[in-house]
Every structure is written in structure tokens, then in C-alpha cells.
Design a protein. Structure first.
Ligand code: HEC
Length: 174
């Protein structure tokens, strides 16, 4: 027992030393495990859900991820490539909190389903809302990263994806 706990601590320390990619990997496995757990009672439903999520992830990677990489990843992913202006002291102070907090809400690092506090369906809803009310990316970020604002076409592509995904997840699993 003691040895097992020690090993877990060691592994955790190692993850910190090796850096974020290891932690991201661990999270990925967690997320998948979590999904399976929710529908443990009916293996057929678990399979149907996994297929729906995989389908939503396919269209995410094709239609939405390139947009998110440009406009959202600085804050919502474990990306080690911080923008150059983040090294300017004032900008750093302004955005540092955002970058830490954003991932707790929603982490795009390992594709869909995303990590964060929401369920796969809630995440689609929240993303749709943020695109509709134009609250993301935050204004203070857009003024420094002018290229991050979403165009009309990009907003439409994201909303098409969130709407279709929500519809798919609303279907009864069989
Ligand atoms: C400058 C950093 C920053 C960028 C860039 C950014 N966000 Fe955020 N985002 C945040 C922060 C901070 C929060 C948490 C606080 C809040 O809700 O305002 C958040 C919260 C969210 C939430 C709410 C999550 C929840 O369920 O609580 C959604 C959805 C979201 N962001 C989507 C996006 C999308 C989509 C993009 C790109 C188009 C984007 N964000 C770009 C910082 C950012």
C-alpha cells in the first residue's frame, strides 16, 4: 500500500518534471474512462455514445479545430507556445490569469470530448453560447491579438458543429 502511494507520488512528480505533455496524456485517459463509467450499466449504450462522440470529434477536427487553434488555444490548451507579447510585463499580468483559468473551464488540448467541468453536451452548448454572444475570445485579448477575432463564416462553422453535435447527443442510444 505504502509503496503504491509512493509510486503514484513519484509518477506525479515525474509528470511535473517531464512537463505538461505527460499530464495531458494522463488527462486524456481519464476523460475516456469517465465517459465509459457514466453508462457502465448498458454496454450497448456505451458503445453508441462512444461512436457519437467519435463522430463529433471527426467533424471538430475537420471544421472547427483550425479556427480554435488560432483563436482559442493560447488560453484553452496546454500549448507551450505562448504568444510573444505575453513576455511583455503588462500583457503578461493582464492575460496570465485568463490563461490559467480558461483551462479549468474548458481544455481543448486533447480534442473532443474536451476536458473541463462540463459534460460533452454542456461543452457544446457553452461554446455555442460564447460564439453567439461574441464573448470569446475576450475583448482584452482580441485587441492585442487582432487576428483572433472570429469571422462570420467561422462563427457559422462553429455553430453548425455545436448544433449538430447537440442533436446527435440528444438522440436516444440504442
Ligand atoms: C485570453 C484568453 C482566452 C481566449 C483566447 C479564449 N478564452 Fe474562452 N475563456 C477564458 C477564460 C478566462 C474563461 C473563464 C472565465 C469566463 O467564463 O469568462 C473562459 C471561458 C470559456 C467558456 C465557458 C466555459 C464554461 O463552461 O465555463 C467557453 C465556452 C469558452 N471560453 C470558449 C472559448 C472559445 C470558443 C474561444 C476561441 C474562439 C475562447 N474561449 C478563447 C479565456 C479565453
Amino acid at each position: 500500500m505504502t509503496i503504491a502511494i509512493k509510486n503514484i507520488n513519484g509518477l506525479f512528480l515525474l509528470s511535473i518534471l517531464v512537463g505538461l505533455p505527460t499530464i495531458a496524456l494522463a488527462h486524456k485517459n481519464h476523460a475516456h474512462h469517465h465517459e465509459e463509467k457514466q453508462v457502465e450499466a448498458t454496454p450497448g449504450a456505451a458503445k453508441a455514445l462512444a461512436e457519437q462522440l467519435a463522430k463529433i470529434n471527426d467533424s471538430y477536427k475537420r471544421d472547427v479545430k483550425p479556427i480554435f487553434q488560432r483563436s482559442c488555444f493560447d488560453c484553452h490548451s496546454q500549448s507551450p507556445n505562448l504568444p510573444w507579447y505575453n513576455s511583455l510585463p503588462l500583457v503578461h499580468d493582464l492575460l496570465d490569469g485568463d490563461m490559467k483559468e480558461a483551462k479549468e473551464h474548458l481544455d481543448f488540448s486533447n480534442d473532443y470530448p474536451f476536458q473541463g467541468h462540463g459534460s460533452p453536451k454542456e461543452d457544446l452548448e457553452a461554446i455555442g453560447d460564447s460564439v453567439r454572444d461574441k464573448s470569446m475570445p475576450p475583448f482584452r485579448y482580441r485587441i492585442m491579438h487582432w487576428n483572433s477575432a472570429l469571422t462570420k463564416e467561422e462563427r457559422e462553422a462553429i455553430l453548425k458543429w455545436t448544433d449538430e453535435g447537440q442533436k446527435l447527443l440528444a438522440e436516444p442510444s440504442h
